[in-house]
Design a protein around this ligand. Structure first.
Ligand SMILES: [Ca+2]
Ligand SMILES: [Ca+2]
Length: 200
């Protein structure tokens, strides 16, 4: 569970009439989650049944300004807008308030998804971060480099009106072009925890 002090801190900020979307703490930390190699499943409905690139690792860093997320694959990845059959497609799901009761339910990962990153690039170095509750999106910078994709998401894109702390639940679903079926999920079941490593 989260520290009890968190609710008080959020209440204090809201009580000040903030109304903005800045995070409420200065936590800075790195995180890393490995994914098994060779665990992609057959992409039977994709063109030519091309398997999606195999996700190997999710690493990142959270600080007050941004969440930097790097997905590392077994092979070089190509952009969705490049049009290849093996182009990167899929989603990164964020449960910002760590509550399955808010956002849209994702039973496979046990998440109530408040925001998601669409891994389809826009052809101009950006990917959309969608705010499910408010039905709107912002564009985050996405850099493709050999077998990695690094996305820089401002923290303000991932905060809700009631939750602006450094605790997130996250899951990644990689698909081949065409999105279905998902062919590599991390974790395979459940979710990753992005949270401060040091005790408060
Ligand atoms: Ca994998
Ligand atoms: Ca939620």
């Amino acid at each position: 569970m989260k520290p009890a002090g968190r609710a008080a801190l959020v209440a204090m900020v809201l009580g000040c009439g903030g109304g903005g979307t800045e995070p409420t703490d200065d936590a800075e930390f790195d995180f890393a989650f490995a994914d098994p190699a060779g665990d992609t499943v057959a992409a039977t409905t994709n063109p030519n049944q091309v398997r999606a690139t195999d996700l190997l690792e999710i690493t990142g860093r959270l600080d007050r300004q941004r969440l930097v997320l790097t997905l590392r694959f077994a092979n070089p990845v190509t952009r969705w807008t490049d049009g290849g059959a093996d182009a990167l497609d899929g989603f990164v799901l964020f449960d910002s308030d760590t509550s399955s009761a808010s956002g849209f339910a994702n039973p496979a990962h046990g998440l109530g998804v408040d925001f998601y990153l669409d891994l389809r690039d826009d052809g101009f170095g950006k990917m959309a971060v969608v705010n499910f509750a408010k039905r709107r999106f912002e564009r985050a910078e996405a850099r493709f480099e050999d077998a990695t994709v690094t996305v820089t998401i401002p923290r303000s894109f991932l905060t809700t009106d009631s939750d602006r702390d450094s605790w997130f639940r996250m899951a990644v679903d990689i698909a081949g072009r065409g999105r279905r079926p998902d062919v590599d999920a991390s974790p395979t079941a459940g979710f990753h925890r992005i949270e401060p490593t040091a005790a408060p």
